[in-house]
Design a protein around this ligand. Structure first.
Ligand code: FMN
Length: 204
């Protein structure tokens, strides 16, 4: 496995909270440190789609209960989305990369235009300026011209656009398998080793 590193995981208010939990599971199980930032609607969608009750259960306990105790191999630190004083607001913070999973069209727009008005937008801005990998797991359909142009803008600025489009050639049997496909593609782009799915090796 790769050396232990720190990554920023931002969860915004698009559908597909399972992509966030499977990504965090894999990063933590590999022993990494996760800086987690949840937007207001990211938190809401995790409640709506996965049943997380943030007032009654910490995110770490929720991840352990729903994805397995192997996440305890890593460490997780949650940051308030409106707290721009956090270390990850600065390029001097030793972070290896960032994934926004899922990434709403609204956060895509903010990142594309460098607004930096909350900790997710600011840390994405910093990740780009420091030439570190930034992966945006966009989830919207259909897409309008503004959203398509924003994806071109972030790609030109160096981000990887990873639409939440799982493949089916691995014959997924569960939502977790679908989530792990997207999590695995994100981890590969961030340079984290994983065995989340079998790579395609050609016809058998
Ligand atoms: C249940 C629910 C599902 C949503 N799904 C999406 C989605 O798939 N994609 C998207 O771009 N926005 C979606 N939205 C809208 C965003 O949550 C909204 O634009 C919000 O302002 C995003 O802010 P954030 O990026 O700071 O989380 C959804 C909202 C709700 C309540």
């Amino acid at each position: 496995m790769s050396d232990t590193k720190s990554f920023i995981v931002a969860v915004t208010g698009a559908s597909g909270a399972i992509y966030a939990t499977r990504t965090m599971r894999a990063m933590l199980a590999a022993g990494n440190h996760v800086h987690l930032v949840l937007s207001k609607y990211g938190r809401y969608v995790m409640h709506e789609e996965l049943g997380w009750e943030p007032d009654n259960e910490s995110i770490l306990d929720f991840l352990a209960r729903t994805t397995g105790d192997e996440i305890r191999a890593g460490t997780l630190e949650e940051h308030g989305v409106n707290d721009l004083t956090r270390a990850i607001s600065s390029g001097s913070s030793p972070v290896s990369g960032m994934v926004v999973v899922p990434c709403s069209a609204k956060s895509l727009a903010a990142i594309a235009h460098g607004t930096s008005s909350n900790l997710i937008e600011r840390s994405a801005d910093v990740t780009l300026k420091e030439r570190r990998p930034l992966v945006l797991v966009i989830r919207e359909t259909p897409m309008n011209l503004i959203q398509l142009r924003n994806m071109v803008t972030v790609a030109e600025a160096g981000a990887a656009v990873l639409p939440a489009m799982p493949a089916f050639y691995q014959k997924p049997k569960s939502f977790d398998d679908l989530g792990d496909f997207i999590a695995g593609r994100a981890l590969s782009l961030l340079g984290v080793d994983h065995e989340l799915f079998e790579p395609w090796t050609g016809p058998q």
